[in-house]
Write a protein that binds this ligand. Structure first.
Ligand code: ADP
Ligand code: MG
Length: 208
């Protein structure tokens, strides 16, 4: 099972709607640890993604992901706009030349996305950021190369959720949550919550 460029476009439109619907939850997650703007920032970014993807007639999967990242980067601003923009742009560029998204492409996408975010933001696993959901997702994707995409996405979304849950026990080393010290223990990172929603929605799209 694999997804052609237009199916990837439809999948990311579903992701955009899921993030917009989750805005109150993402805002609360960021309020528990930071300044509370993560949900609104992500929702604004995803409205811009919808504007771009609704009018796109994609020739490649690369184009769909890069368009998504560019829309987020140019509409969200701030640290997370650059970081989520980098995630989709770096991941998308690594898919150049692929006619469709399969489980191998998913692994390539997630590893390049992780590398891009780590390079751009300087955080590493354990710092209580989106990386704590993205890194286990990328690792799992590497293990399920060759499986049908829907099965790979099921495993990857589960790994991301486990990573998001594990971030509850971490003390933040980046962003506004850094000033909280031990007070951030017990709450998951907001960006890791966004990663979990993105991958769970990709799984749901590929499963139905
Ligand atoms: P801001 O921190 O500017 O308020 P948001 O609230 O939109 O931006 O996003 C916060 C999220 O961004 C955090 O929950 C974390 O996942 C992610 N984040 C912050 N700094 C970094 C970093 N250096 N590397 C990776 N992710 C980061
Ligand atoms: Mg914030």
């Amino acid at each position: 099972m694999e997804l052609k460029p237009n199916q990837v476009r439809l999948m990311l439109l579903q992701v955009a709607d899921a993030i917009i619907a989750a805005e109150p939850m993402l805002s609360q997650a960021d309020r528990d640890l930071g300044d509370g703007d993560h949900g609104l920032g992500m929702a604004r970014g995803m409205e811009a993604v919808k504007d771009q993807l609704e009018k796109l007639d994609p020739g490649t999967v690369e184009q769909v992901f890069v368009t998504t990242g560019t829309a987020m980067m140019s509409s969200m601003g701030g640290a997370s706009g650059a970081l989520f923009g980098t995630l989709f742009r770096a991941g998308g560029k690594a898919l150049a030349g692929r006619p469709a998204l399969d489980s191998e492409g998913l692994a390539v996408f997630l590893q390049a996305a992780l590398d891009g975010v780590m390079k751009r933001g300087g955080a590493k696993p354990g710092d209580k950021t989106m990386i704590d959901a993205l890194a286990p997702a990328a690792e799992e994707a590497g293990k399920v190369i060759g499986k049908p995409l829907n099965e790979a996405l099921t495993a990857v979304a589960t790994a991301a959720e486990a990573g998001k849950d594990a971030s509850k026990a971490m003390v933040a080393q980046f962003g506004r949550a850094k000033t909280l010290g031990d007070a951030c223990i017990g709450f998951p990172d907001a960006g890791a919550c966004s990663i979990t929603i993105i991958l769970a929605t990709m799984r749901d799209f590929a499963t139905i």
